[in-house]
Design a protein around this ligand. Structure first.
Ligand code: HEM
Length: 60
């Protein structure tokens, strides 16, 4: 989530763009490979739930 350097700061990922998150994580985007081979759909849903949770916004 934090200080991803060249990657995306997921704290700033728009919370109304679930489909984009699912697609980017499963199939990759630009420099990022897809993670669909190692993450099941329910794993990616769990990551999305975390990204949109208050915990991920306010940290620790
Ligand atoms: C399971 C772990 C990961 C998740 C959930 C994740 C998720 C994401 C998401 C949602 C984006 C934004 C895509 C968009 O704009 O629609 C992104 C971008 C990116 N990620 Fe990841 N990522 C993960 C791991 C990694 C790793 C390990 C790397 C580097 C080795 C990486 C490199 C990048 C890069 C370079 C971008 C920018 C892509 C671009 O817009 O050009 N990601 N990531």
């Amino acid at each position: 989530m934090q200080d991803p350097q060249g990657a995306f700061d997921l704290r700033k990922f728009p919370h109304n763009e679930r489909e984009r998150f699912i697609a980017s994580v499963a199939r990759g985007k630009n420099q990022m490979p897809g993670w669909g081979g190692m993450l099941k759909p329910e794993d990616i849903e769990a990551l999305w739930a975390y990204v949109v949770s208050a915990e991920s916004i306010y940290g620790h």
